[in-house]
Design a protein around this ligand. Structure first.
Ligand code: G3H
Ligand code: 13P
Ligand code: ZN
Length: 330
């Protein structure tokens, strides 16, 4: 058993408390490899932002769970070397079983998500409570989820949103003891969140997605005042990346995300954690494609992963400074 405290990581409790009081959200960025981790840490050090390093079960399979844990441990040292000690949380994203959460807690994660949102309500309560009871013995924080996001989450996919039911939230958080709650108000995973048919156009002809259900968020805040809320599926799908990808041999069709102004608005409320993965994938892909097209003779991975890492760092700095408002809060 390795405690996250020995690794220099922190859980999310204090970070969420400050984010709630300060009207900003903590970024939760997914990582699967070294370049992503370096970009996240260097961007958050440069903007003095606390950060949640997020690992999905897909990431564990891809990169090896032990290596990811050591990378997070390395991230703490790396931040120090860069000259500013930011709080770093190592979080399991979309944990789907008690065993997976337990395994992560025992290998040094400071926070886990148990996603029972696809289960019948009582089963979600029972599974979440089981994880909370275990995690809290080690002061590890737990995120639960109520409501189902449209789109694909690991192996599970849903065609339509099932919005979070405000009537359930008091019962769920009191019976489970969770530290934060992910809700469904119209965001979804991936780079194709909406079809153009679902969108309207603004005066500049830009596609505007259907509004998020801020009314549901407000109602939830009323029922559980001061309780940290999490938004998944919060990539904005920057169109400049989509254009670079498509003009350099890519084929991304109808990639539409959540407008950044809406996320800025959400960050001012009880939303304390905002999950972003797809935007990073787009930034990396755009940078790599550009190198390959502009310099087809290039075959040193550092020559394309290096620019990808730079682009990612720019993206993450932009998110902490202009979207989540977490810059300067570390
Ligand atoms: O919510 C899903 C995250 O974007 C992680 O994606 O399961 O493909 O690693 P992944
Ligand atoms: P995006 O696909 O919108 O980046 O969402 C990521 C996420 O919710 C990870 O849990
Ligand atoms: Zn998610």
């Amino acid at each position: 058993m390795v405690s996250y405290k020995e690794l220099g990581l922190v859980n999310s409790r204090e970070l969420f408390k400050k984010a709630m009081e300060g009207g900003y959200a903590i970024p939760a960025f997914n990582f699967n490899n070294m370049e992503q981790m370096q970009a996240i840490v260097s961007a958050c050090v440069a903007t003095k932002s606390p950060v949640i390093l997020q690992v999905s079960s897909g990431a564990r399979k891809y990169a090896n769970q032990t290596l990811l844990r050591y990378m997070a441990q390395g991230a703490v040292q790396y931040a120090k070397e860069l000259g500013y000690e930011i709080p770093i949380v190592l979080h399991l994203d979309h944990g789907d079983s008690f065993e997976l959460c337990k395994d992560c807690i025992e290998s040094g994660f400071s926070s886990v998500m148990i996603d029972g949102s696809h289960l019948p309500y009582e089963e979600n309560v029972a599974l979440t409570k089981k994880v909370v009871d275990y995690a809290h013995q080690f002061d590890v924080t737990v995120e639960g989820e109520l409501g189902v996001l449209a789109g694909v989450e690991d192996e599970v996919s849903a065609e339509h949103h099932t919005y979070t039911e405000p009537d359930e939230v008091v019962d769920f958080v009191t019976r489970t003891g969770v530290d934060s709650l992910a809700i469904s108000i119209g965001t979804s995973h991936g780079a194709f969140k909406f079809t153009p048919e679902q969108c309207t156009r603004d005066e500049n002809g830009k596609l505007v997605p259907p509004p998020l259900r801020f009314d549901i968020l407000k109602e939830i805040e009323k029922r559980i005042p001061g309780f940290p809320i999490v938004l998944h599926g919060s990539s904005s799908v920057p169109q400049e990346y989509v254009e670079i990808i498509n003009s350099h041999g890519g084929k991304l069709k109808d990639s539409i995300g959540i407008p950044e102004e809406w996320l800025r608005e959400a960050a001012k409320s009880a939303v304390c954690k905002i999950n972003i993965d797809s935007d990073g994938r787009l930034a990396m892909t755009a940078a790599v494609r550009k190198v390959f097209v502009e310099n087809p003779a290039e075959f040193d991975p550092r020559k394309y992963l290096g620019p990808a890492r730079e682009e990612l760092k720019k993206l993450y700095m932009h998110k902490t400074e202009h979207v989540l408002g977490s810059a300067g809060k570390a």
